[in-house]
Design a protein around this ligand. Structure first.
Ligand SMILES: *[C@@H]1O[C@H](CO)[C@@H](O)[C@H](O)[C@H]1NC(C)=O
Length: 314
C-alpha cells in the first residue's frame, strides 16, 4: 500500500567524475583515446588469433575470449560516460541503468572466469606437458567457455532481478560514472538487506573462488618448477606465465584495493578512481601486456600483414 503513492522514477542522473568544467575537454579527449585504444587493441588481438593458424591453440582461444570480454566490458560504461560528459543533463533511463548493471556484472564475471581457464591451461602446459594435447581438448575448452557464460548469466540476472524489486523514490542522483550496484542500493527507499546479503555471499563466492583457483594453479606451477630448478625451465615458465600473471594482478589488485582496503573521507572519489582502473585501464592494457611481451603474437602480426601485402601485389 505504501508503495502506491510513491512516484516511480523513470530515469537516473549519472553525476560521474568530479571534473572541473575547464578540464572537461581534456578528460573527454583522454577517455576517448583510452576507449579507442581498448577497442582497437582488443579487436586486433581477436582478428589476429582468428586469422593466424599458428595461434589456434587453447591458450590463444582463451586470450581471444578475454579480449572479447574486455572489449564488451569497457563498451558497457565508456560510451555512456563520454556521451554524458557532453550533455547538460547526464541522464540514463531506468531500464538502461539496469541493463548497464547487468552487462557490467556479466562481463566482469566472464573476465574472471576466463582468467581461471587461462591459469588452468598454463598449469596443464607446465605441470603435465606430455598430456597437454589430450587434457586441453577442444571439447574441454568449449565446455569451460560455455560454463563461464552460463554461470555469469545466472549471476548477473540474479542481481538485476533483485535490483528490479526495489523502489526508488525522490533521489535519483548517482554519484558514479555508471550504474554501479552499490551506488544504486544507496538510492533505494526500500529495504535492501536481501540484496546486500546476496551480494555478500554470492558475489563473494564469485570473486573468491576464481581468485583461489588462479592462486592454486600458480602455486602448483611454482612448486613444480622449484622441484627441478633449471635456468631453462624457469625462463620458460616466466615467459609463458609472466604476461598472464600481470593481467591477473592488475585485475584482482584493483578489486581487492577497492573492496578490502579501508576507505577514508574521500571514499566516493577513491571508489570511482579504482572503478576507472579496472573498467578502463585494465581492458586497455591487456592487449599490450600480451602482444608486447609475446613473440608469437608479433610473429602472427608479421605473417598476417605480409600475407595481405603479398596477395595484394599478385
Ligand atoms: C572462445 O573460446 C572458444 C573455445 O576455445 C572458441 O571456440 C571461441 O572461438 C572463442 N571465442 C572468441 C570470441 O574468440
Amino acid at each position: 500500500m505504501a508503495g502506491r503513492n510513491q512516484t516511480i522514477l523513470t530515469e537516473f542522473l549519472l553525476l560521474g567524475l568530479p571534473i572541473e568544467p575547464e578540464q572537461r575537454n581534456l578528460f573527454y579527449a583522454l577517455f576517448l583515446a583510452m576507449y579507442l585504444t581498448t577497442t582497437l587493441g582488443n579487436l586486433l588481438i581477436i582478428v589476429l588469433i582468428h586469422l593466424d593458424s599458428h595461434l589456434h591453440t587453447p591458450m590463444y582461444f582463451f586470450l581471444s575470449n578475454l579480449s572479447f570480454s574486455d572489449l564488451c566490458f569497457s563498451s558497457v560504461t565508456m560510451p555512456k560516460l563520454l556521451q554524458n560528459m557532453q550533455r547538460q543533463v547526464p541522464s540514463i533511463p531506468y531500464a538502461g541503468c539496469l541493463a548497464q548493471m547487468y552487462f557490467y556484472l556479466f562481463f566482469a564475471d566472464l573476465e574472471s572466469f576466463i582468467l581461471v581457464a587461462m591459469a588452468y591451461d598454463r598449469y596443464v602446459a607446465i605441470c603435465s606437458p606430455l598430456h597437454y594435447a589430450t587434457i586441453m581438448s577442444p571439447k574441454l575448452c568449449v565446455s569451460l567457455v560455455v560454463l563461464s557464460w552460463v554461470v555469469t548469466t545466472l549471476h548477473a540476472l540474479l542481481h538485476t532481478l533483485l535490483m528490479d524489486r526495489l523502489h526508488f523514490c525522490a533521489d535519483n542522483k548517482i554519484f558514479h560514472f555508471f550504474c554501479d550496484i552499490s551506488a544504486l542500493l544507496k538510492l533505494s527507499c526500500t529495504d535492501t538487506r536481501v540484496n546486500e546479503l546476496v551480494i555478500f555471499f554470492v558475489g563473494g563466492l564469485i570473486v573468491v573462488i576464481p581468485f583461489l583457483l588462479i592462486i592454486m594453479s600458480y602455486a602448483r606451477i611454482v612448486s613444480s618448477i622449484l622441484k627441478v630448478p633449471s635456468a631453462q625451465g624457469i625462463c620458460k615458465a616466466f615467459s609463458t606465465c609472466g604476461s598472464h600473471l600481470s593481467v591477473v594482478s592488475l585485475f584482482y589488485g584493483t578489486i581487492i584495493g577497492l573492496y578490502f582496503c579501508p576507505s577514508g573521507d574521500n571514499s566516493i572519489v577513491k571508489e570511482m578512481v579504482m572503478a576507472m582502473m579496472y573498467t578502463v585501464v585494465t581492458p586497455m592494457l591487456n592487449p599490450f601486456i600480451y602482444s608486447l611481451r609475446n613473440r608469437d603474437m608479433k610473429g602472427a602480426l608479421g605473417r598476417v600483414f605480409c600475407k595481405k601485402i603479398f596477395s595484394c601485389c599478385i
